[in-house]
Design a protein around this ligand. Structure first.
Ligand SMILES: [Zn+2]
Length: 173
């Protein structure tokens, strides 16, 4: 198990506070982007944010990782995942990178399936960041108001229906 320092901004926070912070950071991240049009091109968004993106085979256990640099990071996404899942992984890794924005640099970070759901502050934040980037609350509300169901929304935003359903639960909409 890799030991990673939790960024200062994620320390001493409740699950609710971590999710609020991740949503606020995701909103800020999206408004900084010029290519604000859904379904978001995650590779372009990541590159605009200073990350290189590599889609490669990472073995049986690792689904995503970050190689930190002084001026950004290289994000690796496991190629053995469905396309929607890759987009989520990339957004999740981007969340890890953004969580270190107040620190001196981005450290290395490895996401393994065997550690998934470990409930650490970093994982709660990165999952919420990914959900908020791929399925922004305002868009979700607009789609629901337009009478779209979870399947329609999933197709529109290029995410899984399970992800839409979970996001609606979290947002209470
Ligand atoms: Zn993670």
């Amino acid at each position: 198990m890799l030991i990673v320092t939790i960024p200062e901004r994620l320390r001493n926070k409740t699950v609710g506070q971590l999710r609020e912070l991740a949503r606020a950071d995701a909103r800020e991240f999206l408004t900084q982007q010029e290519r604000y049009d859904y379904p978001f091109d995650m590779v372009h968004l990541a590159r605009d944010a200073g990350a290189e993106v590599m889609i490669s085979q990472l073995g049986d256990d690792v689904f995503g990782m970050i190689e930190g640099h002084a001026d950004g990071a290289t994000i690796y996404v496991d190629s053995d995942q469905p396309l929607n899942r890759r987009r989520f992984t990339l957004a999740h890794e981007l969340g890890h990178m953004v969580s270190y924005k107040d620190e001196a640099g981005t450290p290395n970070y490895v996401d393994a399936r065997s550690d998934a759901g470990s409930g650490t502050a970093s994982e709660i934040y990165a999952n919420e960041f990914a959900g908020a980037v791929l399925m922004p609350e305002t868009l979700m509300k607009q789609f629901i108001d337009d009478g779209m169901n979870n399947w329609d929304i999933a197709r529109e935003l290029k995410v899984s229906t399970a992800a839409v359903s979970y996001r609606r639960q979290l947002l209470g909409i």
